[in-house]
Write a protein that binds this ligand. Structure first.
Ligand SMILES: Cc1cc2nc3c(=O)[nH]c(=O)nc-3n(C[C@H](O)[C@H](O)[C@H](O)COP(=O)(O)O)c2cc1C
Length: 214
């Protein structure tokens, strides 16, 4: 796949089929992920690829609890506010996120990304994003989520057998599966509205009203 196609169309693809992700595709995703940079090239990461149905079934209630906790705290009132103002984009994201929570165990593969000894907190995300791009190249839809680690980290670690006291922290749970929907270019506030030239607030030399790909 052409680089720009992957960059422009790697969306949060939560609705996926139950079909398994073949071992060789899992290998390709992980092999791409570990090529990513990390601070000082420490590679302080571990990945747990969850495909076993019984493990998914045990994690599913935790994910649903985490999702409920998110909506009661950080996202409290978000759906209601979106409905009131007619913010369809937010309503769509929240419906899609609910689908993922309700169907956690139907998603054939979850990539759990752990890191440790990373004062920046950032070293794991290039690898996670590379995994998502590689998955896209294999026609696999992904969605990066963080709520399991935030709200149910300990219980998740116990199910996954993560060794205690060694500093491993769940930073992302990425859903992976063959999409039910179609790929499209991500709709975002355009670059020239969120980028400045040399000084905060100074308009850049470019305007990009429409995506530059395709
Ligand atoms: C740090 C981070 C955390 C996220 N957490 C969740 C999550 O808990 N649940 C979920 O369904 N999506 C989650 N997402 C996915 C975002 O909602 C999604 O990337 C965003 O809505 C853009 O979607 P799009 O690329 O399809 O336009 C997360 C994304 C990021 C980058």
């Amino acid at each position: 796949m052409e680089l720009n196609e992957a960059l422009y169309t790697t969306r949060a693809m939560r609705r996926v089929k139950a079909d398994a992700v073949p071992d060789e595709v899992q290998a390709a995703i992980l092999d791409a992920a570990i090529r990513a940079p990390s601070g000082g090239n420490t590679q302080n990461w571990r990945f747990v690829v969850v495909t076993d149905e019984s493990v998914r079934s045990r994690l599913a209630p935790l994910y649903r609890r985490a999702y409920a906790a998110l909506n009661e705290t950080i996202y409290a009132g978000r759906l209601e506010a979106a409905q009131e103002s007619g913010d369809e984009a937010t309503i769509r994201v929240m419906r899609s996120s609910s689908w993922l929570a309700e169907n956690f165990e139907q998603v054939p593969m979850w990539l759990m990304a752990y890191s440790r000894n990373d004062p920046t907190g950032a070293s794991i995300y290039p690898a996670v994003w590379s995994a998502m791009l590689a998955a896209r190249g294999h026609g696999i839809g992904t969605c990066l989520t963080t709520i399991l680690g935030i709200f149910e980290g300990e219980a998740t670690d116990e199910i996954l057998g993560v060794p205690e006291g060694r500093g491993w922290t769940l930073k992302a749970a990425v859903s992976c599966g063959y999409p039910l929907g179609r790929w499209g270019v991500a709709d975002r506030a355009p670059a020239h509205q969120v980028a400045y030239a040399d000084r905060w607030g100074e308009a850049p030399a470019f305007e990009v009203p429409d995506p530059l790909w395709p």
